[in-house]
Design a protein around this ligand. Structure first.
Ligand SMILES: CC(C)(COP(=O)(O)OP(=O)(O)OC[C@H]1O[C@@H](n2cnc3c(N)ncnc32)[C@H](O)[C@@H]1OP(=O)(O)O)[C@@H](O)C(=O)NCCC(=O)NCCS
Length: 166
């Protein structure tokens, strides 16, 4: 079901820091939908949660719709205007509703970013392209799927080779 535009505007006001709710069922259930094979999903979710707990520069932001958590984005600021997306997931029932794009645009505006970077694979690279990222194949494979660096950069080079970490 596509969320109506008026309702999305409501969701926009609900991107909140959920870094203190890492043990909640809602956060776990969403992270469990990040696309890993079922037999390794729990382990993968634990790895993400440990990573977020240990890296204090990483913040986890959640998008809610009707008070239900429907999207998560873990963001690391690498300078005042540059950031890297470490994790991004949208509830399966709401994929295609524009929530992923909305979270990208929200963090872009919230932090006045000029450069935003993510690493992803063949399954989600099309999403980043649709959100205005340039894509560079990394020449590596994870679980048989090609990996890519995706960069949205307002600075001079706009090259996906450069990334946002410097
Ligand atoms: C990838 C993901 C975050 C996209 O979220 P979403 O809310 O469904 O995406 P949106 O509805 O905002 O889509 C924005 C645009 O990207 C397109 N798009 C979305 N997912 C896509 C995909 N997997 N491949 C190609 N295009 C995609 C949409 O069609 C839409 O295009 P348009 O509006 O220009 O027509 C979501 O599918 C997901 O959680 N996947 C599992 C986890 C994952 O792969 N995370 C990314 C790894 S970093």
């Amino acid at each position: 079901m596509r969320i109506p535009v008026t309702s999305m505007a409501d969701a926009v006001s609900r991107l909140v820091d959920v870094s203190m709710q890492l043990d909640s069922q809602a956060v776990r259930q969403l992270l469990d939908q990040s696309g890993y094979p079922a037999d390794r999903m729990a382990q993968h979710t634990e790895r993400i949660l440990s990573h977020i707990r240990e890296d204090h520069d990483l913040c986890l932001l959640g998008a809610s719709f009707d008070d239900v958590l429907v999207g998560l984005i873990a963001l690391k600021l690498t300078s005042e205007v540059r950031a890297v997306i470490r994790y991004l997931v949208v509830d399966r029932q709401h994929r295609g509703d524009g929530i992923g794009r909305w979270m990208i645009e929200s963090v872009w505006k919230r932090h006045s970013l000029s450069c935003l970077e993510a690493e992803t694979d063949d399954d989600a690279v099309g999403f980043y392209k649709r959100c205005g990222f340039l894509v560079h194949p990394l020449g590596k494979v994870d679980r048989g799927i090609l990996r890519y660096r995706c960069v949205r950069d307002l600075s001079s080079t706009s090259s996906p080779l450069a990334g946002c970490t410097e």
